[in-house]
Design a binder for this molecule. Structure first.
Ligand code: FES
Ligand code: FES
Length: 160
């Protein structure tokens, strides 16, 4: 299939992908850019393992056409830590509160909750639960994950 050229910002850098026009953002991230943090679980927009942030909103990259990404800003789990390697409060909090078990859902959980905290730094528990309603975890149960997000919100407040 003839390839198309799509330019966008990826984790702060301007990039261009030359990919078939029927590729999704997830396929492009994993196979063209070799960023494998976003996972393919269901592949049909149901599990949230593929969540990344596009122009500030958490989206399921497995059903997001690459052609729609032109000119937009994409953040993946690989772009969440600082350039010097310091972990984001969400990453620290998931580690410290046992929010991670097998890790398959974790990048999606972190991207959904990052989109929440970027817009709403002081969310209620209901708002936290709503933000990850599209993210399925088969391991930890959700208590530790919700605690991790609450703890991250506190860390971010204290940093300010
Ligand atoms: S892999 Fe995208 S929602 Fe499941
Ligand atoms: S930690 Fe295994 S699916 Fe969530």
């Amino acid at each position: 299939m003839k390839k198309v050229s799509v330019s966008f910002t990826l984790n702060g850098d301007l990039v261009t992908a030359e990919v078939p026009p029927n590729w999704t953002l997830l396929k492009t991230l994993r196979e063209y850019f070799e960023l494998t943090g976003a996972k393919e679980g269901c592949g049909v927009g149901e599990c949230g393992a593929c969540t990344v942030i596009v122009d500030g909103d958490a989206i399921n990259s497995c059903i997001y056409p690459i052609l729609e990404v032109e000119g937009k800003s994409v953040t993946t789990i690989e772009g969440v830590a600082s350039k010097d390697g310091a972990l984001h409060p969400l990453q620290k909090a998931f580690l410290e509160n046992n929010g991670v078990q097998c890790g398959f859902c974790t990048s999606g959980m972190i991207m959904s909750s990052k989109a929440l905290l970027d817009h709403n730094p002081d969310p209620t528990e209901d708002e936290i639960r709503a933000s990850i309603a599209g993210n399925l975890c088969r391991c930890t149960g959700y208590v530790q994950i919700v605690e991790s997000i609450k703890n991250a919100a506190e860390m971010i407040k204290q940093e300010k």
